[in-house]
Design a protein around this ligand. Structure first.
Ligand code: ADP
Length: 487
């Protein structure tokens, strides 16, 4: 058994602001059959401490980053957690990163340095009887852990950093350095220095034994200036240590045959039953029941996600006979634009502002098309849910979207391999053209149905990718996994 400690700021079903939580929530279960025991270190936000089914204090730290803290080992819904219970850092309402005013908490550097430091201490054997062999650190929030391992008192623990989105880098002022409890050599060797400040993600990428990101295409993209956001040089230097491992989805949580959030469950052999969900969706979004394709969006409403382009294409989409329902929250400008489109097109465009897990399932189960017009997309999960739910993806050809959807050009339709519509470049004109192609395909009922079913049967589970992570851990430890001959 390989012991891995996953270090993360989010985990489904406890705390989720995006795909990171889905991934960290699903990986432990996917790795268990592969000889990997994964526990998760997570900050003790109220949403976490309040939900623990069992809990045992395994460490007390009276003087910890300016307050008292303890570690609680506990379980929730099959997940093995180690909760960093530090009320002065985490006992705050709402979002894990933002205060009630929508601004980053000022002490985020300290809150997540504390997370990385604790991971390092666990790697050194802080808790009797528990010794992780690998720290698997997710995103900038866990980025300092490999720096502590590299520069503080030595420990044999290996480190992996996974980049879920290189746009979020955790960049803080140098004046915080002394409070990090990080050996001074980390500063002098420039390991954590980033544009004159401290770069948490940069530190992780520099110091970890292995790096991964969440799709093969994104692994290439982030080594280029167009997508690397300043870290491309570092990643070019570490290209041999960087692996693109595609995200899977939790096929138990996301299963149209058993999904309780749907008005009607269905499978690939009964896609006609989706009509019941479509009707429910029309009602929720106050749309009429006209026959054209219903385009769905479940997304953060940001520039990255191409949501400004979506606003600009809404009139065209309706003119082509489509309808649009959008569930999301984000940039006020995009929100206003969507409200405007809904007002201009009553019955054709619906917008629900906010975050609603249940409704996100209904969109997947009832809409005809799942739109993901991102400018960049490390992996993307909503197109994978779309595939599984027969909600045909319309995506831009970037990152994980390019790796997971096969465009329905005539050759692919002929060959019987198409699973969606892929457009490029990520511009408004190309998106509009993608919408046009989708509307035409939708009208070819037989072709559409086949494509829908093919998507529902395509492989989107964690199985293949979990093996890649298991192999990576084993390689770092110089071990051979038992089922390697099957790979
Ligand atoms: P990202 O992590 O960049 O936001 P992903 O596609 O990887 O994008 O993951 C987004 C996750 O968040 C998906 O599980 C998606 O269903 C969910 N999600 C996004 N916006 C909403 C929303 N407004 N309501 C419910 N779920 C949402």
């Amino acid at each position: 058994m390989i012991e891995v400690l996953s270090v993360t700021s989010e985990i489904y079903p406890l705390v989720k602001t995006g795909g990171l939580a889905d991934v960290t929530g699903a990986l432990p279960g996917a790795l268990a059959p592969l000889g990997v025991s994964m526990r998760t270190l997570i900050p003790g936000y109220p949403a976490v401490t309040g939900r623990l089914e069992t809990g045992r204090v395994v460490a007390e730290m009276p003087d910890f980053f300016d307050g008292a803290a303890r570690l609680i080992a506990g379980r929730v819904g099959g997940l093995d957690l180690i909760v960093l219970d530090a009320p002065h850092l985490y006992e705050r309402p709402g979002n894990p990163y933002l205060g009630p005013d929508g601004q980053n908490w000022e002490d985020n550097w300290k809150r997540f340095a504390a997370l990385g430091f604790t991971a390092y201490e666990l790697g050194r054997g802080l808790v009797d009887g528990y010794r992780p062999q690998v720290l698997h650190c997710h995103d900038w929030q866990a980025g300092l852990a490999p720096a502590y391992v590299a520069f503080n008192a030595p420990t044999p623990v290996k480190t992996v950093v996974t980049v879920h989105n290189i746009a979020f880098q955790g960049h803080f002022g140098w004046e915080n350095f002394n409070a990090l409890h990080l050996d001074f050599r980390a500063a002098s060797e420039g390991a954590i220095e980033y544009f004159g400040g401290i770069g948490f993600l940069k530190a992780g990428l520099q110091c970890a034994d292995a790096l991964t990101t969440v799709s093969p295409t994104y692994a290439h993209e982030i080594r280029t200036a167009a997508y690397g956001m300043g870290l491309e040089g570092l990643l070019q230097n570490r290209a041999n240590d960087l692996h693109g491992i595609l995200n899977g989805i939790d096929t138990r949580t996301w299963d149209p045959a058993r999904d309780e959030a749907l008005a009607q469950t269905y499978s690939a052999n009964s896609t006609h039953l989706r009509d019941v969900n479509r009707t429910a969706l029309n009602e929720r979004f106050e749309l009429d029941d006209s026959a054209g394709p219903l385009f769905g969006v479940v997304s953060r409403l940001t520039w990255q996600k191409g949501m400004d382009m979506l606003v600009d294409c809404a009139d065209g989409l309706v003119a082509m006979g489509g309808k649009l329902c959008v569930l999301g929250a984000g940039d006020p400008e995009v929100e206003n634009g969507l409200m405007g489109a809904a007002m201009r097109h009553p019955g054709k465009v619906g917008f629900i502002q906010g975050y609603d897990e249940g409704l996100s399932h209904l969109v997947q189960g009832g809409a005809d098309v799942m739109m993901v017009p991102s400018r960049f997309e490390p992996c993307g999960l909503t197109q994978l849910y779309g595939l599984r739910y027969g909600c045909v993806p319309l995506v831009s050809r970037v990152g994980g979207l390019a790796d997971t959807v096969i465009d329905a050009n005539e050759a692919a339709v002929e060959a019987g391999v198409a699973t969606g519509v892929v457009f490029a470049p990520a511009t408004e004109e190309a998106l509009l053209e993608g919408i046009r192609r989708t509307v035409h395909l939708f009208a070819r009922e037989k072709v559409w149905k086949k494509m829908q079913r093919r998507g529902m049967k395509s492989e989107v589970s964690w199985e293949a990718s979990a093996k890649k992570y298991a192999d990576l851990y084993a390689n770092l430890l110089g071990l051979k996994r038992d089922d390697d001959q099957d790979d």
